[in-house]
Design a protein around this ligand. Structure first.
Ligand SMILES: [Zn+2]
Length: 557
């Protein structure tokens, strides 16, 4: 097996996973095929939906068909030429307690039916499980994974090693660490039923990130039981590469119509907005009037179209470097998803560390959620940990963001900088100009063309949280540097008093003067005169090699 990463955004990746049954591109959705009941046959999946891989349950196949599947091989048996992944029966353990099969038997059976991707018989943790029991499930699953080496008789099958631990995050971490040391090619995380049914996506974020943090990143991660398109973007952004979906069929049986935003009961729909072949020539009433089997089948087809199309949309977003924007749009489809996105704040440093540095596109900031983005965290880190202002910069001049970027090319900034240079001649190099801009905070002029500091758009008026964040970054910057005076050009039309208060507090802490120049449009000459006077006093006070510019002399008089 090989897993080659072609493109990345956030923790998401577009990868090429090679198996003996062919190469599949991830992120990939594998529809669940129930070998005993099929609303949509594997052949139709392949021909109509261009489905490259399916997942089925080796335990159920063995129970109902035994040697028949071995004789034909799983591909012929299911009539599917793409990649076949098999699950091992763990779900049945969870549902019925015990199953009458050993890990060795089900491993060998998966080899004998010639599956492409096989799963070791794991012991699922479940949800309402004590810590002790969770520990037991980890131990049992690891035992089965370790035994695999002795049991297996062929090397061309890709093996999946599931991670256990449920809601006990430190156990998820332990399970991932131990499983990651074994020669397993793919890992899998179960998304327990309550997490999906009760939309506990913030908990899912905790579980996925905990697993990712402790697994070898180069191995693909499968998310079991997460088959609803409205949360694919979240799971992919967190680094899940494979999904299985039984939901398309289960929902169809319950007359539930999937959309990228959620689910609606068929009888509550007045219109179809989906352009898929199942919907385009039908109305919700047409669906309701269909005979039962046809209705379920058509609804399942629609559900599949929506699911596959969302995966393609996510892949396109990864390619464009716009996964965050896509994720934010999806997160606004349901409060629980937005809550999950907010949970990412807790992991923003991890996200930053593992996200690509540059992208092909600029960034769109729609509100305070944008502070979680890797690019914002990266700028904060760089500025506070690795950046030093120019040595001769004694006075920090803070200019507000302008609609034009890079900021130093805007006419507003150029005017102020020109005035400063004219007024102070060679002393101007003692002045260091920075821009304060949402959401980044402080942007030193010499960096303002570095990606993405001039390649982004933000919504104005700014929301309070975004403003507070910028104010906080301004204060941190002042505290971390050695300027001897700060001059804040306060754009009162965009920024509230909070930035003034923050700068004032930081300057007070450092015991340095702060001068505030309220910016009005257009900037009057008086502003520069006041500034000149103030700076002149300052230069005298700190004795910075004062020069005798004629203008200044005149002003002193
Ligand atoms: Zn449709």
């Amino acid at each position: 097996m090989s897993f080659e990463i072609k493109d990345r955004d956030l923790l998401a990746r577009i990868g090429r996973l090679q198996t003996k049954g062919g190469v599949i591109e991830t992120p990939l959705l594998l529809p669940v095929i129930n070998p005993t009941i099929q609303l949509i046959s594997p052949k139709t999946m392949e021909n109509t939906f261009d489905c490259k891989a399916i997942i089925t349950n080796a335990y159920i196949i063995r129970k109902h068909f035994q040697e028949k599947a071995v004789e034909k091989g799983i591909h012929d048996f299911l009539d599917f030429t793409g990649v076949v992944m098999t699950d091992s029966g763990a779900y049945q353990i969870l549902e019925y307690g015990e199953i009458e099969i050993t890990a060795k038997e089900i491993a060998l059976y998966q080899e004998r039916i010639d599956t492409d991707i096989a799963t070791i018989l794991d012991t699922p943790t479940g949800w309402t499980t004590s810590r002790n029991h969770a520990q037991h499930t980890i131990k049992e699953t690891l035992k089965a994974a370790k035994e695999l080496k002795k049991i297996k008789s062929r090397d061309d099958i890709v093996w999946v090693g599931p991670i256990q631990g449920g809601q006990h995050l430190n156990l998820v971490a332990q399970s991932a660490r131990e499983m990651g040391k074994l020669p397993i090619q793919i890992h899998a995380l179960g998304s327990p039923t309550p997490v999906m049914e009760q939309y506990m996506f913030d908990t899912l974020v905790d579980m996925i990130i905990t697993a990712k943090m402790n697994l070898p990143l180069e191995r693909p991660l499968h998310l079991f039981g997460a088959g609803h398109p409205f949360m694919f973007a979240l799971a992919v952004a967190l680094g899940c590469d494979l999904f299985d979906s039984a939901a398309y069929a289960i929902y169809a049986r319950e007359e539930r119509y999937m959309t990228e935003y959620g689910t609606t009961k068929l009888n509550q729909l007045s219109y179809f907005t989906c352009p898929c072949p199942a919907c385009v020539n039908n109305s919700p009433q047409d669906f309701l009037d269909m005979p039962e089997t046809e209705k379920q089948k058509t609804l399942a087809q629609h559900n599949l179209y929506v699911s596959f199309s969302e995966i393609r949309r996510i892949k396109q977003a990864i390619t464009e470097g716009r996964l965050w924007e896509h994720l934010e749009m999806r997160a606004h489809g349901h409060p629980s998803l937005l809550q999950a996105l907010k949970r990412l704040r807790k992991y923003s440093r991890y996200l930053e560390k593992n996200s690509p540095i540059t992208k092909k596109s600029g960034l769109f900031f729609f509100g305070s959620l944008g502070q979680i983005r890797p690019e914002v965290v990266r700028h904060r880190k760089r500025l506070l940990e690795r950046y030093s202002p120019p040595k001769e910069g004694k006075i920090l001049v803070l200019l507000p963001q302008t609609p034009m970027k890079p900021f130093h090319r805007s006419k507003e900034h150029q005017k102020i900088v020109r005035e400063i240079e004219q007024e102070f001649g060679c002393k101007a190099h003692n002045i260091h100009v920075c821009t304060y801009a949402a959401p980044f905070g402080i942007i030193p002029t010499e960096l303002d063309e570095v990606y993405p500091l001039s390649q982004y758009e933000i919504v104005t008026p700014l929301d309070l949280e975004t403003m507070n964040y910028a104010a906080q970054q301004m204060a941190k910057y002042i505290m971390a540097t050695d300027y001897e005076k700060v001059i804040l050009f306060w754009d009162t039309s965009l920024w509230k008093r909070k930035i003034v208060a923050s700068c004032r507090r930081a300057c007070k802490n450092r015991n340095i003067p702060l001068m505030i120049v309220q910016l009005k449009t257009p900037l009057g000459q008086k502003v520069f005169e006041d500034l000149a006077t103030s700076l002149e006093h300052f230069f005298e006070d700190v004795n910075l090699n004062p020069t005798t510019s004629k203008i200044n002399e005149n002003k002193m008089i």
